[in-house]
Write a protein that binds this ligand. Sequence first.
Ligand code: ADP
Ligand code: MG
Ligand code: MG
Length: 256
Amino acid sequence: MSTLEIKDLHVGVDENGVHTNILKGVNLTINTDEIHAIMGPNGNGKSTLSAAIMGNPHYHVTQGEILFDGENILEMTVDERARLGLFLAMQYPSEIPGITNAEFLRAAINARRSEEDKISVMAFIKKLDKNMDLLNMKEEMAERYLNEGFSGGEKKRNEILQLLMLEPTFAILDEIDSGLDIDALKVVAKGVNSMRGNKFGAMIITHYQRLLDYITPDYVHVMMDGRVVKSGGAELALRLEQEGYTGVAAELGLDY
Ligand code: ADP
Ligand code: MG
Ligand code: MG
C-alpha cells in the first residue's frame, strides 16, 4: 500500500512582483485502492493543487508538505516525481511534434525502469495493443505524433492510454471529462476503473457529477477558497449536483 499525504499545503504564484496565495492550507490523504473526487467552483485552486503535487515550478509552496510514503517530495523535480509513480493528466495536454505516441510511451515506461528491466519491444507492443483495444482506439493513433492534430476527445483518450501504459501509483486527472461526449466519457471511465486495485490510487478533479456516474469515488472533497472545506462519500457529489455549491457554502457559512 502507498500513501500520498498533503499536509497544510499553502501555494501561491508570483506575477509582476506580486504574490497571490491560492491554496491556503489543503489537507488530503490518498491511499492506493482509493479514488478521490475533488469538486468545487471554478477558480478555487483545484488545478493549482494538481500542479503543486506534480511540481510545476510556476507554483510556489510556501508552507506545508506533500509526502509520498512518508517521504517529502517537494524538493523533487517533475521528472523525479513521475519516476516515483505520480501521474498528472492535464486539463490542456500539450503537443510534442516529432515523436510518435508509441515512441513516447515506450520511453516513458523505460524511464521508470532500471537498465536490466527495460520493456522489450514485443512486450511493449502486446501491452499497447491490449490497452488500445480496451479504449477503442484506432491502431494508427500509436504512430501519430504525440497529440499533434488530435481532437479534444482523442487527447483525453490518449491521456488514459498513457495512464494504462505507465501504471503509476497515483494519478491526478484534472477535468479529464471536460468536453467529452458520453461515449468518450465511458471509455475514459473504463480505463480508470481497469486500474483500480491495491497498487493504484487516483484524484479525479471534476466539475460535474456526470463522470462520477461511471467512476464511483470512495471519497468526495469540496474545495472552496483554497481549502478542502467538506469531505464525504459518493453521496456528497449527488448532493452538489442537486444543490450546486451554494448549499455547502451556506452550511459552512462561506461566501459563495
Ligand atoms: P480551479 O482549477 O479550481 O478552477 P485554479 O487552480 O486554476 O482553479 O486557479 C485558482 C486561482 O488561482 C484562480 O483565481 C486563478 O486565477 C489563480 N491562478 C491560477 N494559476 C495562476 C497563475 N499561473 N498565475 C496567476 N494566477 C493563477
Ligand atoms: Mg478552472
Ligand atoms: Mg482547474
